[in-house]
Write a protein that binds this ligand. Sequence first.
Ligand SMILES: [Zn+2]
Ligand SMILES: [Zn+2]
Length: 270
Amino acid sequence: MKRYNMHTHTVFCDGRNTPEEMIAQAEELGFVSLGFSSHASQTMNSFWGLRDEPGYIERIRALAAQNDRIRIHLGVELDTVAHCEREKYDYILGGIHYFYRGEEGYPIDHSPEDTRLGADRIYGGDMMAACEGYYRTMIDMMENMKPDIVAHYDLMTKCNEDGLLIDEDNPRYRKAAIGALEAVKAADALLEVNTGAMARGFRTRPYPAPFLLKEWKRMGGRIILGSDCHRSELLDYGFDMAVEYARAAGFTKISRLGGFGEELFVEEDL
Ligand SMILES: [Zn+2]
Ligand SMILES: [Zn+2]
């Protein structure tokens, strides 16, 4: 499989490295393509979104124009509370990072305590209701935003490695999680197999959970790898394992970000 990453953060949002450092790492790893996907600006929690969107676009486009070794793509990661000049990007990653009620939001990817706090404040402590709310937001995102790729589909389980926060075997959870996959399919989006939480020590397997990936395969869905990279040394973290993970769910094909002379996304044998 040709190497690439399409989910990359830099100092333009909450990443540790500059785009140049990420590109240098990608060249070292023999990538054919690299896609940047800064978090778009958002009203709710501005510290980790793009602070200078025109500067980001200009810098990545300039780096793409001068690089004849790796094809550089300009993407953006949108949350439902985020906004961007969409037509300026090559592709859109859609991801949900909060439990919401109107303009109020509680992060689901920081700690078990924060995830529980959101469930307490918005859903009266009913974690299953919180899960159903999360997947309803997913359906809204697919219908209204139509992202090209869905990032970390079941992010709300990030802090649930020990299973104490959310019972992922609960039929209510499974129904909501599988139900929202229909909206992903209807939007014809790629589903990301994301190794970001593994890289940061939260999880020992990628998103999404095996039962979801198997269901996605049964539905004829398409997948793509992403490391959700915030530090250059983790640019392809867990990819070999993620490939095995996808194979175990039954996938024989996988999409990737195209290199020179290719489409934006190309599908190849796994
Ligand atoms: Zn994200
Ligand atoms: Zn991300």
